[in-house]
Design a protein. Structure first.
Length: 313
């Protein structure tokens, strides 16, 4: 592994600070979504007004007549909404500038498609239901450590998403709100994604990049099999051996940067869990020899990374 230069490290730190500030601002903005307005009273008392709260979906709730308390509520809400909009606008502009600097200074090296997919999961509020597992998790570890792992360690053309079956009802609700299937979420990033007919837990695009969605082996009240939506074409999530180990382990999160400078947050598993799991995979004699060698290589790389750069973990 190679340490990043001081210039690249400084730019990454500065860009992440703005990215995280924008994340916080977006959470604050969600609290003032919709609006408020004064609604004229009935014909018998047209001078009366009532405070009405609206939702983004168009639903309305009356908060009562015009009183000093409701006037104060209205003024606080509108001020918070103005402040939130101003903060979001400023941070988005700052992030755009940092993403241009990321590209100019070659801060990132993740495939832009991966970053776009993670960003789409975040904007669809589906991120909490998935963990990136497998080779792509290495990008989160190396970004946090400020190093670059060898190309052989990172070589892959697929991304594995571990879906949390324990949150399936909340997931289905949120997916329905997005008005799409899981495949539809991917197609909003790249319209060429299609389900593989021989492998229904895999979607592949025109360039051969694959997204696999896996789950833990059936446990408790888990239904089986599981399809992620009622759409004709969507993921049938596949059970993976010992996926429960990855699901139950402490989480790990880092902001990753693409080669074009764009950024996204990756939620994955703790590096120590990654090492343990990859060592187990490398010992499975029924697994292809080439994959077992890569598993061992990745376990060694992350173990060294923890020991040298992430001892706090």
């Amino acid at each position: 592994m190679l340490e990043t230069s001081a210039t690249v490290a400084r730019q990454y730190i500065d860009a992440v600070s703005v990215f995280e500030a924008l994340e916080e601002a977006q959470l604050e903005a969600a609290q003032v979504r919709g609006g408020m307005y004064w609604h004229a009273g009935p014909a018998a008392a047209p001078e009366a007004k009532y405070l009405v709260r609206t939702t983004p979906a168009g639903a309305e709730t009356s908060l009562g007549p015009r009183t000093p308390e409701n006037i104060a509520i209205y003024e606080r809400f509108t001020q918070r909404k103005r402040d939130s909009a101003e903060r979001l606008s400023g941070l988005k502009a700052a992030l755009d500038q940092h993403q241009r600097l990321n590209r100019a200074l070659r801060v990132g090296r993740v495939d832009p498609l991966v970053v776009s997919l993670l960003a789409r999961l975040a904007s669809s509020q589906l991120s909490p239901h998935f963990r990136v597992v497998g080779t792509h998790a290495l990008y989160a570890y190396e970004a946090t450590a400020g190093v670059r792992l060898s190309a052989d360690t990172l070589a892959t053309r697929d991304m594995d998403l571990l879906w949390d079956t324990r949150k399936r009802i909340a997931f289905s609700t949120q997916l329905a709100r997005s008005g799409s299937s899981m495949l539809g979420v991917l197609k909003k990033v790249d319209s060429s994604f299609r389900m593989r007919q021989s492998q229904k837990y895999t979607a592949v695009n025109k360039d051969g990049f694959e997204v696999d969605i896996i789950r833990r082996a059936r446990a408790g009240d888990d239904p089986h099999p599981i399809k992620l939506s009622n759409e004709d074409e969507d993921f049938w999530v596949v059970q993976a051996h010992r996926a429960n180990v990855l699901l139950d382990s402490p989480g790990f999160s880092a902001v990753i940067v693409a080669t074009n400078g764009s950024m996204a947050r990756m939620n994955t598993v703790h590096p120590a869990t990654f090492v343990t799991f990859k060592r187990w995979l490398s010992s499975q004699t029924e697994r292809e020899a080439l994959k077992r060698r890569r598993d061992a290589l990745q376990a060694d790389a992350v173990q060294a990374l923890i020991g040298q750069y992430l001892p706090q973990l």
